[in-house]
Every structure is written in C-alpha cells, then in structure tokens.
Design a protein around this ligand. Structure first.
Ligand code: AMP
Length: 475
C-alpha cells in the first residue's frame, strides 16, 4: 500500500514526502480510511507504531475540507482571523502533547491550519495568547485544559473531532474525573477517536460510553524477543521475591537495571525494600508528579543510575540506552507485554539480560509467554536456597499444574529433601538435587557486592506520594 492510495489531499501528501515516509505503517493503513469516512475509532496500539500520523493525517484532512465553514455565532466578537478549536487532542504528559503538536505542525505545514499545545508546569500566558489568536487544533493535557476552560480562555463549542491518546495512561494518572468533564463539554462532536496501548475493562467501558459504533483496530505488538537478550527465570514463592530481588541485584554486575512491577503501590514497596537493603533505587509510575518522573528518569540516564522500578505504563515511553538488565518482578498477564519489557534491554545490537520471578500462581503466564515466543526460558541455576528449581521433569507439552497438584516442587525444605533430578528446560541437562550453594552475600550478612552503591534513605519514597489533585492539575 502507498500513501497515494489513501487519497489524502496533495498538501498532506507533500508533507508526508517531506518527512521521508514511503509506505504507511499497518496502523496508518487501517486507521486513515476509517477516520476519513467519519467513523469513531477504538485503536489498540503502542507508541512507535506510527499512531500519531494515523490520526493526525485524516484529522487534518477533515479539518481542511471544512476550513471555511466552522464558525460559531458566539465567536462573532472575535477578530477576523480568529479560528475556533475544531479538533481537540488529549494526551497524558507534556512530552507526548509536545510530540503530537510537532507532528501536527509537520504534517499540516502546507495546510495553513493552526495548532497549539497546552500543558501544565509552565506559565499559562503564552498558551492563552495562542488561544486568543485562534487555533484549529488544540493538543492538551487534561489538567491544564480544564484550568484554562474554568478561567474562560477556551471555547470548545466548535470541536468536531475529539482524540483521546494513551487513554490507559490518562486513567492511570488519575485524569478520569477531568476527562469526564472535558468530554461532557464537547457533546456536539462529530467524531471520537480513542487510542490505548492496553485494553483494561475501564477503557472498554469508556469506549462504550463515549464512542458511537466504533471501528476497532488493533496493532499486534512484536512476538519475537530480541535475540541479543539472554532470558532466564527463577521459580520462587511470592513471599521470597523481595529477598531474591535484593540478592539478584547485589550479585550481578549491571550498568542499568529496570525492574517491572505490576502496580504503582507494588513498585513503591519494592523500592522501599531495596533502599532498606542499601540499594539505590527509585520508582517511576503514574502517581508521581511530572517533575518527579523527569528527575528520576534523568538520574536513570546518568552514570550512577538507581535501580528503576516501573509499571508497564510508566515505562512505555522510556527510551533509555544502556539498560543492561530487565527484571520481571511479576510476570505480565499479557504475554506480548513480556516481549516489550525485555526489549528495553539488548537495544541497538547491545546484549542484555532479562530475568523473571515466577511464583506458583504465575506459571500459566510463563507457559503462555513461552508459547508466544516459541522459546524455552532457561531456569536460573545460580540462586539462593529458597528458590525452587522448577519442574522435576519438563516436556514441551508440559502444562502448569492445577491447584493442589504437585508435579512441580514446592519451595522450602520438603522440596529440597526430595530425592529427585531436575531437567534444565533449555539445555536438557539433568541436574542432581539442589546442593547448597554458597549463601548469598545478603543472607550471609557479609560484605555486599559493590555493584550498586547504597544511598539508603536518599530516595525513600514518601507515603502517599502521588500528586495531589492540585498538582495533577498542573500537569
Ligand atoms: P508514533 O508511533 O506516532 O510516535 O511514531 C513513531 C515514529 O515513526 C515517529 O518517529 C514517526 O516520525 C515515524 N513514522 C510514522 N509513520 C511513518 C511511516 N509511514 N514511515 C516511516 N516512519 C514513520
């Protein structure tokens, strides 16, 4: 498929050529015709798929077609050149807003359409001045937009197209009440487009409420893990995971380690535990203020990075080079997420190490990951005594045991005392029962590995350190 076949006007085609794009990405090929036809859309896609152009190009096209028509009588008092906002794009962070605005400028450079970006954390006056001049496209974070709406600087009566980008991250950051108010302020819109990288129930419910007979488009994430990433798994009881993480970090030399946690609260708990163990660590997730996240990210990019504990959503836009280790503290429910997570390391030809902590409840997830990636993940051999050795004998058809079934050893003394052999699932090597390894530095209470420099306390997250409503507003 070519861009010509998408039937965009020549001004947009020219801009696409200027950008050096030759063929539409899959999400562009499927989304552009739907949006051009005026349909609502629920798109499930990650950043990096070409999603911005997928909605920005047809949005510009539709605005262009009605360039001289939209003018609300209420705007008559404005100056002759005034433009009412006809497209509103909402995004969770100022970086993303700036990125979308830049794309609108690039793709719309020959159209004469105007756009503006609105986000918190900066003086509002230049933004208000841009709004007073009039813009066709407004790209905004929900908090600052609502502030300016409340101050009477924004008139949304002419909005025909509403785009909600990274909807799951907006919910994660607590923007739902703001979103509800904003969506209620544009009841006369003709078209709503919603994009989300994940599809939790909350997003589905919002889509049902806010979209009319939407087209659903999903761009599947990559299923092949980066070859350069060495993968392994520890079978460990959930209660031993904190201990194992500290041990792992202390006994493996790393340049930059990213730990994935399932929840924001979980990420904070992990960081607290690591700091107690003298490990420099910091969390990044949606409850942190924009400034706190930027600061943590800068630290992580520095020469003395903390171990970064992140939720999937917070880590999504993270483009940091030189991540040597990724740790899946919990295995993700969606197997594709695993591929994305471990793809954070081993970038640009560099080798990387990804390890996962798999408890009994998560074994089915591991099976699904192995099925998706068509690879067996190596069971870690260098581990403390509380770590299981994995299944006694594993065949490729092996399924995770049901509750109460004992095909795999349990942790603790009973499992270790059994006279059994284990098979390394990747190599097929038969191993004798677990012989006691030298105890880890942590357990032995000896000197800790010098890999991570202790800065206990300096990064301690405070209780309830999510942004206050006022702070979120500033985003
Ligand atoms: P996005 O997912 O919108 O953040 O886009 C990711 C990157 O892909 C951006 O750097 C875009 O400039 C680039 N891109 C978008 N569409 C195309 C295309 N059709 N061909 C080549 N690059 C593209």
């Amino acid at each position: 498929m070519s861009f010509e076949s998408l039937k965009l006007s020549s001004t947009l085609e020219r801009a696409v050529k200027d950008k050096g794009y030759h063929t539409p990405t899959p999400i562009q090929a499927s989304t552009i015709p739907v949006v051009l036809a005026g349909r609502d859309l629920m798109g499930c896609a990650q950043t990096g798929t070409g999603k911005t152009a997928a909605f920005a190009l047809p949005m510009l096209e539709r605005l262009l077609a009605k360039k001289d028509q939209a003018f609300h009588p209420g705007n008559k008092r404005r100056h002759a050149n005034y433009r009412p906002v006809r497209a509103l794009v909402l995004a969770p962070t100022r970086e993303l807003v700036a990125q979308i605005q830049n794309s609108c400028l690039d793709y719309g450079r020959h159209t004469g359409l105007r756009s503006a970006a609105i986000y918190g954390g900066v003086n509002q006056n230049p933004q208000v001045r841009a709004l007073d001049k009039g813009v066709d496209i407004l790209v905004a974070t929900p908090g600052r937009l609502l502030d300016l709406m409340n101050q009477g600087h924004i008139d949304l009566r002419n909005v025909a197209i509403l785009v909600l980008d990274e909807a799951d991250q907006m919910l994660d950051m607590g923007f739902l009440p703001d979103l509800k108010r904003i969506v209620a302020a544009v009841p006369q819109r003709e078209q709503t487009l919603m994009f989300s990288a994940t599809m939790p129930d909350e997003i589905r419910l919002l889509a049902e409420k806010w979209l009319r007979d939407p087209e659903h488009i999903q761009v599947s994430p990559a299923a092949t893990p980066v070859k350069a990433v060495k993968q392994s798994v520890f079978f460990v009881e959930a209660r031993h995971k904190p201990q194992l993480l500290a041990h792992y970090l202390q006994s493996n030399a790393s340049t930059r380690t990213l730990v994935f946690a399932r929840t924001k609260h979980g990420a904070d708990k992990i960081v607290k535990h690591l700091i107690k163990q003298g490990i420099f660590a910091a969390a990044i997730h949606g409850n942190k203020s924009q400034n706190a996240r930027m600061k943590t990210l800068d630290q992580f990019k520095s020469e003395r990075p903390p171990v970064l504990v992140a939720t999937d959503i917070a880590a999504r836009g993270l483009d940091v080079r030189g991540i040597s280790h990724v740790v899946n503290y919990e295995l993700p429910e969606v197997p594709e997420t695993y591929v994305h997570r471990i793809g954070r390391t081993g970038r640009a030809g560099a080798s990387g190490i990804a390890t996962s902590f798999c408890d009994r409840e998560e074994r089915q997830r591991l099976t699904r990951i192995e099925r998706l990636t068509k690879q067996r993940i190596l069971v870690e051999e260098n581990h403390p005594e509380y770590v299981n050795q994995g299944p006694a004998v594993v065949t490729s058809e092996e399924r995770p045991p049901r509750r109460g079934q004992t095909s795999r050893p349990r942790s603790g003394g009973d499992a270790r005392s059994q006279d059994r052999q284990t098979v390394n699932r990747a190599t097929g090597d038969v191993k004798k029962p677990h012989s006691k390894k030298p105890r880890p530095a942590l357990a032995a209470g000896g000197e800790r590995a010098p890999v991570i420099v202790g800065e206990a306390g300096s990064e301690a997250p405070k209780r309830g350190n999510g942004p206050s409503r006022r702070k979120r507003r500033a985003l």
